[in-house]
Ligand binder design. Structure first.
Ligand code: NAP
Ligand code: MN
Length: 266
């Protein structure tokens, strides 16, 4: 990574973590990296923890398009966003000294609430009823009415998010080389009065999904962007589309998406 020398390390600040990461700061300086305190000046952002930490690193640094992101695992195993084990410095050195870095781009989605605020997500946007009663959403694709959902909620996932929450509700695993997003149901009610598609569906990156809260009294749902709850609670309309922004990561010898899927699940 010859032209990318400003490195920002994202990790927890407790004593135990600081002890664990100290050698990485040394290693980075040893290999000529400039470890920066302000992520705005970084062109490489490394998270140290698990997939959850990687999601936080991306969110807290603002989905930076001019940076390469990498994940170092402290959990003892590699995962979807973590390609390096904290103890495997040889592999990190190999990546740091490689002149021909190949870059992988992960699609993200943009979620706009009531035409006012827009947020990006790397895994998914999720919306769930916060009360015991079922939750009713009118679903539109490109402004055309599609279905009325009644149940617990919905998940709208990116391709890399397809191995997370979406997988737990039997969604498909989607190759991140496909610019698209997947919509999955959480416990839909299906009977002679209420009918939904019942299966997950994948929308082209050119489409827009709109969810309208159709039930007064349930318009304070719980909404999540990746692993963060939205502080905004009241919402009537949600527009979701593929974002123009991508998250760049490093392509290594052993980390094609399907290799990651294999090492995580098989
Ligand atoms: P968490 O409760 O620790 O996450 C649950 C698990 O998902 C963890 O093992 C996490 O890995 C893993 N994970 C995160 N992103 C993944 C991805 N893209 N592919 C495969 N596994 C992934 O919370 P968290 O670590 O902050 O992660 C937040 C994510 O958890 C959310 O974005 C959502 O996708 C997922 N989630 C899943 C369920 C469910 O399956 N029922 C419910 C709520 C949230 P690490 O242990 O390495 O962090
Ligand atoms: Mn986690």
């Amino acid at each position: 990574m010859p032209n990318r020398r400003n490195l920002y390390l994202y990790h927890k600040r407790d004593v135990e973590t600081l002890e664990k990461v100290a050698p990485l700061y040394e290693l980075a300086s040893q290999y000529g990296f400039n470890v920066v305190k302000d992520f705005n000046t970084a062109n490489i952002i490394v998270s140290i923890g698990g997939d959850g930490t990687f999601l936080q690193a991306v969110r807290k640094t603002g989905f930076k398009e001019d940076s390469l992101y990498a994940g170092i695992s402290t959990t003892g195993s590699l995962s979807l966003y973590c390609d390096f084990n904290i103890d495997d410095t040889a592999k990190m050195i190999e990546a740091m000294t490689n002149e021909q870095i190949e870059v992988r781009r992960y699609p993200t989605i943009d979620v706009t609430l009531d035409d006012e605020s827009t947020f990006s997500c790397l895994n998914e946007f999720s919306i769930r009823s916060a009360i015991i009663k079922t939750f009713v959403l009118d679903v539109f694709i490109d402004q055309n009415y599609f279905e009325t959902f009644r149940g617990d909620g919905m998940i709208v996932a990116t391709p890399t998010g397809s191995t997370a929450y979406t997988k737990s509700v039997n969604g498909s695993i989607v190759d991140p080389m496909l610019p698209c997003f997947q919509v999955s149901e959480l416990a839909s009610l299906n009977n002679n009065r209420y009918r939904t598609l019942g299966s997950s569906f994948i929308l082209s990156g050119d489409r827009q999904l709109t969810l309208k809260v159709a039930q007064a009294g349930n318009d304070y749902p719980t909404m999540g962007m990746d692993n963060e709850a939205l502080s905004i609670q009241h919402v009537e309309k949600i527009d979701i589309k593929l974002s123009g922004k991508v998250i760049k990561t490093v392509k290594l010898k052993d980390n094609s998406f399907w290799e990651k899927v294999k090492r995580t699940f098989l």
